[in-house]
Design a protein around this ligand. Structure first.
Ligand code: BGC
Length: 268
């Protein structure tokens, strides 16, 4: 594994590669989740991580200022000075976070590009976490080469959603489809399965009902299921009835990191 390089004459340090070309394609991907923050430098041409993921657990909801410290710790861990792409579990509009269903409410309205740019000293690009995972899966994973309409769901603390069509990814907020007066994610996220101690079968059937509601409106040709639980897809896929082909994500817990890095390079 390469070690971080010192500042280069291209002005971008710590490329984890050689020369200017590598500097232009590498970015630090950071995935802010409900219970931890993970990051790794990524070669966005290959989708490969250039070093082992660094994960910091965040057992309680951190305020934006405290989160900025955690993010800076990850950048410091890799001695990173280049581009940073960051996936956040909320609606993103420009540099702003607009919603924060499962994290600290202080993020709502926050200029996260400024906040994290200041704490890391790096240029930061911000994207919804599920849209980041979709970018990575469509480029390097379960959606690779597929141009038809694809729905990606990330199942974790919440339910993240994104649509891809003709290679273009659009973030969605379908986890907040209203079910019994609440966001559907309160019933179908992995956190709901844990809280209600549901069997794989009961949870799988419930997830199937939710996905069929989405299918009635969106008619995806392929559905990619992501999030850590996708590694256990053989336990619940048999109970999830859908019209479209259901496939597990390929990049597993790397998708959010790789997609955030892709977004950073894309938005440069
Ligand atoms: C948020 C989404 C996010 C999803 C998964 C939802 O509660 O509103 O923006 O993608 O959780 O983290």
């Amino acid at each position: 594994m390469a070690t971080p390089t010192e500042r280069t004459d291209t002005g971008i340090a710590n490329s984890y590669g050689e020369g200017e070309a590598a500097n232009r394609m590498n970015a630090l991907g950071i995935d802010i989740g409900g219970s931890s923050v993970k990051g790794a430098p990524v070669n966005t041409k290959t989708g490969k991580l250039l070093a082992e993921r660094h994960r910091i657990a965040t057992p309680r909801h951190l305020s934006p200022v405290m989160m900025a410290r955690v993010v800076a710790e990850i950048a410091q861990h890799f001695q990173w000075r280049g581009l940073i792409g960051m996936g956040f579990p909320g609606v993103i509009q420009g540099p702003h976070i607009m919603t924060s269903a499962n994290l600290h409410p202080g993020f709502i309205g926050c200029d996260a590009v400024k906040l994290f740019g200041k704490s890391t000293g790096c240029r930061v690009a911000l994207i919804n976490d599920a849209a980041a995972a979709a970018l990575a899966e469509m480029r390097f994973g379960a959606g690779r080469g597929f141009k038809g309409k694809t729905l990606l769901l990330t199942l974790g603390t919440g339910v993240g959603t994104a649509l891809a069509h003709g290679g273009v990814v659009t973030p969605c907020e379908l986890g907040h489809l209203v079910w019994k007066g609440k966001s559907a994610e309160k019933f179908v996220a992995v956190s709901a399965r844990d809280r209600e101690e549901l069997s794989w079968e009961v949870w799988g059937r419930r997830l199937g009902k939710y996905i069929r509601d989405l299918e009635a409106l969106l008619w995806p040709e392929r559905i990619i299921i992501g999030g850590g639980v996708s590694a256990k897809h053989h336990k619940f896929f048999p109970h999830v009835e859908t019209r479209a082909k259901l496939v597990p994500a390929k990049l597993l817990n790397r998708a959010g990191i790789v997609g955030a890095a892709l977004w950073a390079v894309h938005s440069r």
